[in-house]
Design a binder for this molecule. Structure first.
Ligand SMILES: C[S@@+](CC[C@H](N)C(=O)[O-])C[C@H]1O[C@@H](n2cnc3c(N)ncnc32)[C@H](O)[C@@H]1O
Length: 287
């Protein structure tokens, strides 16, 4: 069932991610497919939504989708409720360096939600490496990307993604707050900013704050709490002694990932990542 959905994603027939996002899981779906619950529970939660690669792959019935990025959640809210207005607004953008920097310098809080979503998509597609990254003040600081044909006018993909969001509840919040709503038997997939492999290797600036060691511990505590509550929980993270320690006792599977994008846009060599689950066979898989 999940494999068929995955096939739909790969062949382009179904809704899929419309954003490029650091740490996006699109490339990981084939490895994840056997790790999802065999029978997908009725309610799904994804508290670190990003590009929503897993959400679009699973196509759950009811879902709670959360991220701490205000611009990201506004974008999905507009995609869900006003996709045609968004498409109209996208028409005004032009693909030049000067225009990019002018739009980037705008304060999103002075815009309507549709204009804000349109600006967000334009910057995501035209910025260097297709990234969304903000400084401590929460302002986008990604340089111009110089792409020939940045794809911010893929209207069919936007419409399909908007439809897929119809039964989703979207929230801008911290993961801990939104996960309070999870009930026994719900399925939760957690994909936080990864614990860095080294002090200099991290890319964690999706939002103005960074994801600290104590946030990782808070998440592991939440994982434990959800386990006790009777939820099915799956989480991704980097393969470090710290992550193995805070999730000790759960099913840990090693998968092959790609290193996070660094400031030079390089550093994408393969690297092991962990998938931690509180269900399924207790095996340490070999890759
Ligand atoms: C690794 S990315 C998720 C990628 C996503 N799975 C995908 O396929 O694109 C991590 C996400 O967590 C969000 N985030 C960071 N801190 C958060 C927090 N405290 N609560 C909720 N979301 C947070 C970031 O904005 C980012 O979108």
């Amino acid at each position: 069932m999940i494999f068929m959905q995955l096939l739909g994603e790969v062949t382009g027939g179904a809704a899929g991610p419309v954003l490029k996002w650091a740490g996006g899981k699109r490339q990981m779906l084939r490895q994840f497919s056997p790790l999802f619950p065999k029978q997908l529970p009725a309610v799904y939660h994804e508290p670190f939504l990003g590009s929503g690669a897993v959400f679009f792959c699973l196509k759950p019935g009811a879902s709670y989708l959360t991220d701490s990025s205000e611009e990201l959640i506004n974008f999905y809210m507009v995609l869900k409720s006003s996709v045609e207005d968004l498409i109209l607004d996208l028409d005004k953008h032009v693909h030049t360096k000067a225009y990019y920097y002018r739009i980037r310098s705008e304060d999103p809080r002075t815009l309507t939600s549709v204009e804000r979503a349109s600006r967000f998509l334009y910057l995501n597609k035209c910025g260097y490496n297709g990234l969304w990254r903000v400084n401590r003040a929460g302002r986008n600081n990604v340089p111009y990307g110089s792409y020939k044909n940045p794809n911010y006018r893929n209207f069919a993909a936007l419409r399909k993604a908007g439809m897929a969001l119809h039964s989703a509840v979207l929230q801008r919040d911290d993961f801990e707050i939104t996960l309070e709503q999870a009930l026994p038997e719900d399925f939760i997939y957690c994909d936080p900013p990864y614990h860095p492999l080294s002090e200099t290797a991290s890319f964690r600036s999706y939002t103005a704050g960074s994801f600290t060691l104590s946030d990782q511990q808070r998440l592991a505590g939440m994982f434990h709490e959800l386990d006790k509550r009777g939820c099915l929980v799956m989480a991704s993270n980097s393969d470090t002694p710290f992550i193995r320690k805070i999730y000790a006792g759960y099913n840990i599977t090693t998968v092959r990932g790609r290193r996070a994008i660094n400031c030079r846009g390089t550093g994408r060599s393969p690297v092991n990542e962990l998938v931690i689950r509180n269900y399924g066979r207790p095996v340490e898989s070999r890759i």
